[in-house]
Design a protein. Structure first.
Length: 115
């Protein structure tokens, strides 16, 4: 249930599965930061899922999991601007994680699954 709530928060009120190929083609990315960066290992994913708390500083989260692959367009949700970044799973490159930040604080995450 928590994952669904976070997913709805990040997608602006709709829960949907995106096609990773859309991220690969950069159609949704507003800016690719580094094609070599943004890979998340199992260990980093475990930290993100278990240790990162809503409100964790963006700098702390970035220090733990690294720089993102790309930026997605920002959203408005609950009166706040949500900045979204994409990380690609190192062990399953057709799956990505979207991490959301509000006021430079961790706001939640969502998965982009292959079809």
């Amino acid at each position: 249930m928590v994952t669904l709530i976070l997913a709805v928060y990040l997608t602006g009120g709709t829960f949907k599965r995106s096609n990773h190929n859309e991220i690969e083609s950069d159609r949704h990315c507003s800016r690719v930061l580094n094609q070599e960066a943004g890979r998340v290992s199992r260990e980093k994913l475990a930290w993100l899922a278990k240790e990162a708390k809503i409100g964790t500083a963006r700098s702390e989260l970035s220090a733990k999991i690294g720089e993102p692959y790309c930026l997605l367009p920002s959203l408005q949700a609950q009166g706040k601007v949500i900045e979204r970044v994409v990380y690609i799973l190192e062990f399953q490159p057709d799956t990505s994680i979207v991490v959301g930040f509000a006021d430079d604080r961790f706001a939640g995450l969502d998965l982009i699954l292959p079809r």
